[in-house]
Design a protein around this ligand. Structure first.
Ligand SMILES: C[S@@+](CC[C@H](N)C(=O)[O-])C[C@H]1O[C@@H](n2cnc3c(N)ncnc32)[C@H](O)[C@@H]1O
Length: 264
């Protein structure tokens, strides 16, 4: 397992940020993933198991498994539902038999793995013919802030470079159609889940805290790889903090989504 490709790590403050991100994004994602009664369902990269729990609770006749390689994340995952279990393992080698699952979904995971095509081949292998796949992933460069924050824009670009240096791909969202089609999935449907935040919306501060947390989680690695100086990082964080307090500010982002089917 190449744990170092997970740019954010699993420290308690990063787990808090993941909980925050779940609060911001779970509602629309629950509408996106289509589960039928009795489905065998797998989430790859289940993190703290929050969306897996919501899915298992919403569809009590489905059997849901979360696959996650970090023991710290599994330790923080809820264990209170009979139809939800967590397994420690690597999405590059999914511990399920060929053609054994009805649905595999993932979110904020393909960007972190060192070989996303291998992960998708595994997803294809474990799905039954007619099985469904759902992903929601990042294209980090899509983020736009206004009034502009040039110091943040620079650090965000370096963040993308850092993710590539440690074996991930923060721009994978727009590549998913090509990747899923290459693996053999059909019936592909691409869409966006929008993140539009401004002070009148109750989510603006939380979204900005999420962005600030993203940058903070990468400070040590940005410095270690020589991708930014302390001054550049603190300049970007100061800009984001001021932006968060700016009554005239708004921020725009879109997650890339894809749904597909393993041909019957
Ligand atoms: C950003 S979190 C997303 C968690 C969850 N999908 C959610 O939406 O809350 C990504 C998770 O994927 C896990 N992860 C990264 N690479 C993995 C791999 N190769 N196999 C399994 N889990 C992995 C990380 O440990 C982390 O918990």
């Amino acid at each position: 397992m190449k744990e170092k490709t997970y740019i954010h790590g699993v420290a308690p403050e990063e787990q808090d940020r993941l909980r925050l991100l779940n609060r911001l994004t779970n509602g629309p994602y629950l509408d996106f993933v289509k589960i039928k009664p009795g489905d065998q369902v797998l989430e790859i990269g289940s993190g703290l198991g929050i969306i897996a729990h919501a899915i298992a609770e919403t569809y009590p006749s489905a059997q849901v498994t979360g696959l996650e390689y970090a023991a710290e994340q599994i330790a923080g995952s809820p264990q209170d539902l009979e139809n939800l279990t967590f397994r420690q393992g690597d999405a590059h080698h999914i511990p399920f038999a060929d053609a054994s699952l009805d649905v595999v979904y993932g979110r904020y995971i393909l960007e972190h793995v060192h070989d996303p095509s291998q992960v998708l081949r595994e997803v294809y292998r474990v799905l039954k013919p007619g099985g469904r796949v759902y992903f929601q992933e990042n294209t980090i460069s899509i983020m736009k802030l206004y009034p502009e924050c040039p110091q943040f824009d620079f650090i965000w670009k370096q963040f993308i470079a850092l993710q590539a240096r440690i074996g991930g791909d923060g721009e994978i969202g727009v590549k998913m159609y090509h990747m899923l089609k290459s693996v053999g999935f059909g019936g592909l449907q691409c869409s966006f889940a929008d993140e539009v935040h401004y002070p009148e919306k109750g989510t603006f501060v939380a979204w900005m805290d999420n962005i600030i947390g993203n940058v903070e989680s990468a400070v040590d690695k940005l410095l270690a790889f020589g991708l930014a100086t302390e001054e550049q990082i603190s300049g970007a964080l100061a800009e984001l903090t001021a932006f968060k307090q700016d009554d005239m500010a708004s921020v725009y982002f879109w997650w890339n989504r894809i749904a597909g089917v393993k041909p019957a």
